[in-house]
Design a protein around this ligand. Sequence first.
Ligand code: DGP
Length: 120
Amino acid sequence: MSYQPDNIFAKILRGEIPNDTVYEDDEVLAFRDINAQAPVHVLVIPKGEYISLDDFTQGASAEVVGRFFQKVAEIARQLGVDGEGYRVIANTGHNGGQEVPHFHMHICAGRRLGRMIAQG
Ligand code: DGP
């Protein structure tokens, strides 16, 4: 599958759809999830065109990948959730439940999150 430039996060990156930005630089955008599953639910996306974690880690340089993950943790600190803790999730592909085919990490926090994987 090739990158689909009409996916919702590509539209957000192009400014075609508004978003609630919490962090932005030349490589990364972080914004609040429209369907929040926790009191704090932020999505972190690279600005490059990568479909999934698999695509990102194979297609981007080690420096870009490393900086991305450093920024995920930095954004969690900026959100003030590092003390009480948080969860990061990268749903990947069909069985992973990935709905938007632009690589993203979820940062979820603000309450005890319970089991890591729902049963059934
Ligand atoms: P995933 O299942 O991992 O692909 O998660 C996609 C997430 O994207 C899901 O939690 C809802 C969120 N989402 C979908 N459309 C929009 C949108 O237009 N704006 C924002 N802020 N979030 C969106």
